[in-house]
Design a protein around this ligand. Structure first.
Ligand SMILES: [Zn+2]
Length: 351
């Protein structure tokens, strides 16, 4: 089937800030990329829901999350440096020397950088968030305030999307703007095919700080089948090779059979639905990897227990360097995922 991927669109999706609880800007941007004629609405906490017809509910719901990990200003020092708190699982090891963007309350983007010891003086001790500080070029608290900076302002990586070699893209927030990108492409393909499908697409909030952002969407749309579209861990770099699983970039999206955070089983899919997805991929020659990974979870985790019970499964794009400024994905995996979701829409429409 081979979808022509709109990489300018992906670059734009990645560049717009969307910290947990502050997804309004990215939601507004996503809404502009959906096919004309689709019905788009948002709820009180900022979830964006799109469907081809103006129906109150839908049979199948696909979910991706709009938010990204970042930092919050906790304190401005008298010398004009910033101390910060993590918002979501921001990778601390990648912070010293990194460039970030600070988003002021008025929406202004200020360059910021994380201080780092000169190599000549490096004591080799591990970096702790409590000793890190951000430099925005202010020389005093007063100057920082005059620049519009306040406690509670958010920061995101300054890491625009780049092509890496022939097959890869790299940048911040591919988790889960790639999922949003996949759903936008799915909407466009459904619109072109004029398939009469009872589907809803949800772009949800606050996944990186809690997994429950999708619950109000379920209440509103009352779906029978829910599919999460997110990113997962890849184990194909020299430091992680086969550490946990064979999931790697370039062998297709991953079908989640189990995940867990902090030792608790967080998600298992509906057995029949997951089997059906695997069968569909096999029948149509779509590459698919089976995923059993610990240390990560997704927005679909609490959803099987919503309403009167919901059939739930999760598909993911494998990413290298999760929650860093260089999250890396294989474009072939993204294409295959769009193909598979389209097949699933066709299949569920017929059943
Ligand atoms: Zn994610």
């Amino acid at each position: 089937m081979n979808t022509e991927l709109d990489l300018d669109l992906l670059g734009e999706l990645v560049s717009v800030p969307g910290l947990p609880g502050r997804e309004q800007q990215i939601a507004e941007r996503i809404a502009t990329f959906l096919p004309s004629g689709w019905h788009v609405h948002s709820d009180v906490i900022g979830n964006l829901i799109a469907s081809p017809a103006d129906r109150a509910n839908c049979k199948m719901l696909f979910l991706a999350h709009m938010d990204e990990v970042g930092l919050l200003v906790r304190r401005i020092t008298p010398q004009g440096f910033l101390q910060v708190e993590r918002l979501g699982g921001m990778g601390v090891r990648g912070l010293p020397g990194a460039r970030l963007t600070l988003w002021t309350a008025s929406g202004e983007a200020l360059p910021a950088q994380v201080g780092v010891l000169p190599h000549h003086l490096d004591d080799g001790k591990s970096t702790d968030l409590s000793v890190l500080y951000l430099d925005i070029g202010a020389t005093s608290l007063e100057e920082a305030l005059a620049m519009g900076v306040r406690v509670g302002d958010g920061l995101t990586w300054d890491a625009p999307l780049k092509r890496l070699g022939k097959h890869f893209v790299s940048g911040k927030a591919l988790d889960d703007r790639l999922g949003c990108f996949v759903l936008i492409h799915l909407a466009r393909r459904l619109s072109e095919s004029q398939m009469n499908t009872d589907v809803g697409l949800a772009f949800v909030v606050r996944e990186e700080i809690m997994f429950n952002g999708g619950l109000p969407v379920l209440q509103r749309m009352q779906p029978q089948v829910v599919l999460g579209v997110d990113a997962t861990l890849a184990f194909d770099t020299p430091d992680l090779e086969r550490a946990q699983s064979e999931i790697h970039l370039g062998s297709g999206p991953a079908l989640k059979w189990f995940d867990t955070v902090r030792g608790k089983a967080a998600f298992v899919p509906d057995w029949k639905l997951a089997q059906r997805i695997r069968e569909l991929a096999q029948q149509h020659g779509v590459a698919l990897q089976d995923e059993v990974v610990t240390g990560i979870s997704t927005i679909v985790s609490p959803l099987p227990f919503a309403l009167m019970g919901v059939q739930t499964a999760a598909l993911s794009v494998p990413l290298r360097y999760h929650h860093s400024p260089i999250e890396t994905a294989h474009l072939g995996d993204v294409e295959q995922l769009i193909d598979l979701l389209f097949l699933l829409c066709t299949d569920l429409s017929e059943s």
